[in-house]
Design a binder for this molecule. Sequence first.
Ligand SMILES: [Zn+2]
Length: 430
Amino acid sequence: MNMIERGRVFVQKLRELAGWSPWDWRRCPRCGGTWTYKNGGYVRRPWTFEGRQEVRIQRHRCHACRRTYKEEQPWLVAGSWYAREVHRCAVDQWMHQRSSLRRVAEWLRSFMGRQERWWLWRVTDPKPLEQKERCGLHASTVQRWLDRAGQHAQAGVRGQLEGLPCSGQMGTDGLWARLRGESRRVVLGLVDSVTGLIWGMIVVAEEESAASWQALLEQARAMGLSWEGLNGLTSDGAVGLLSYLRQALPWVHHQRCVWHLWRSLAADLAQAAAQAARGLSKEVAKATQRAVRQELTALLHAVIDAPSHEQAELALAQLQAHAYGARLARKMNEQFDRILFTLLECHRGLVRISPEWLWRDFRMRLSRGRNHGSDERLQRAVLLWKVYHDFTPAQRRSERKRTYKHPGQSPLEVAGGAPGEISYLDALEV
Ligand SMILES: [Zn+2]
């Protein structure tokens, strides 16, 4: 079962529970026997959006199996002082609203207990002289709920995306994270370039070792990715990834991220320009440097952005022929195929830039990992965010610079997963 199906089962179970009549509760849920009798009960006083409620929980005893059971309420969470809606709202406020733990708790307290900020909102309401009952929801409780959702995400890694189609054209990128105590980690992500669905997200010690990338791809396989179906992968030139691909996935074409490539060429460009200006007087040197740099940049563009392999070959020959272009041409020659895989028909959908857009939203929520004391905790938070991301539609907006490929659609929808009414909260069984 993938996470959509799991979410559906969860919602179905809650709906069924909500529809149970007193007659249904006479059937023992353990043995199915109907020779049962009412056996007392107890009162619970959970906090809900409407304030504190009192609810009597009926207990039954079964003659057949001699055990007791209680009538479950779908809107309550076992062992919690807060109703399910409060749990779900808290997780959503942190995840979707990007609020801090403290503010989530304060907001919900104000709302449920008619306290604190409530009186800011209701200016003409008479404020009671004495508050009957104060809500005491604390930030650490919200954090525990979030971590529980993260544990759920982690426990559900196996089969999480089972049965969902993957285009085979992927992108991968890493983000530096800093844990409490200044230790550094890297979060690696693997994304389908066509649908935006995340096929793996993992916290590792470093980006340069093949073992880190192996862990990412193993996780992707556990989620349901078929390695045989992998075709192209865009990333920067991380050595660990390249060596791992060569050894374990030799059929996968590695597309060099063009943005990272330009960055790595900057030093060579500067060197070539300096070489051209050697021995010249100051003013002349400056002008020469600028001219050479412009010429070489134009030639590099002609190679990197060539519309076909033939044109790229021609441009490379021109670069080679340039008085100061030899070094750059050698570098481009080494990378030649890797720059141009996106031109091939079989790599349609593969992109030229590694998926750095991933971290834009990620950092708004998880920043660079601070407040997550340990690797395990960060890993859970990362997987929680991943589930949220997969279920969350891209915004419908066209103003300013940002446009989305599939506005109003979540990556799961684009991938054909049809989540329908199922949300990430259902998938995480909050
Ligand atoms: Zn029974």
